[in-house]
Design a protein around this ligand. Sequence first.
Ligand SMILES: *Cc1c(COP(=O)(O)O)cnc(C)c1O
Length: 365
Amino acid sequence: MADNPGISFERISHPSPTDADSRAQALTNPGFGTLFSDHMVSIDWDEAHGWHNATLGPRVPLTLDPACAVLHYAQEIFEGLKAYKQEDGGIALFRPEANAARFNSSARRLAMPELPEDVFVESVRQLVNIDREWIPLVEGGSLYLRPFMFASEAFLGVRPAKKYKYLVIASPAGNYFKSGAPAVSIWVSRDYTRAARGGTGAAKCGGNYAASLVPQAEAIQRGHDQAVFLDGAENKWIEELGGMNLFFVFDDGRMVTPPLTGTILPGITRDSLITLAREEGLDVHEERYSLEQWRDDAGSGKLVETFACGTAAVVTPVGKVAGHDGEFVIGSGGPGQLTQKLRQKLVGIQRGTVEDRHGWVTKLR
Ligand SMILES: *Cc1c(COP(=O)(O)O)cnc(C)c1O
């Protein structure tokens, strides 16, 4: 697709940026996903010009034609990554080039144009740079970045759109969990699946999330925190949560995570933890694991820990699993040792307190 080497961002000045006092006030308790920084990046794509009209300007509402394709056929993809304040006062991004690559693989699946990876990374850098004061200084705080792209053409026919908009917005986030990560209780969805073979499970698209809301609401209504999905063909193999990948830890030093067969989102946290766990001497396998086996292994004590992972909450221990045919507890029901160790190591690399041996951290100039 259109390759625009050296795309440059036109700077549009903000007429009324948030004053320092109001911002400081808002940042004392940012929560997640409700507070936004002052600016955004916007780039347009059409067939004639490729990627063009790149701007870094005030965050403003969009005006869309009611026939805008995304509103009808959900041609939309997104990414999620964080900017961190490091111990030395600098600002860092964690593996942004991996988000850029995944964004393009999502784009291909949704029949959208690819964005050059260097433009993706540069867009994120530009936004973090201008809104750097929006990184909360509370412990565990970060600036959550949301790059996304949608079909912006006004057209009701069913085909890939001929116009797209790429935007990046930023939302200050507090510590996802106030004191460390408490173990969550998860509900095994029986009546719904997240993805099927040949579907969009491996793409980070809004439509996958829309389809997960009913099972997620069912989990909450039954008193659990998250829904876990089984495979669509046999309703047997564990896949992932609505927005987090899963790992299983055994008493013999083995660790298992479901394989990337097209129905699971290839998490960057998942990939990083596989590397870190191998460094810790664990024997990590990407292989199928069934719900039945999970229950048996938890009962026999062979399975000692289970955790979920993703950018937003990093590593979350799973304490209890419930389904239509009963429930079982993992280990002692609280955060496991390895879960905590891996979490600390990953967070340490992101914050600059643990050596970054893999070149995962990109520091802002
Ligand atoms: C984003 C996402 C993840 C986690 O990916 P990270 O890159 O680790 O943040 C896992 N599952 C789903 C369905 C997701 O959308």
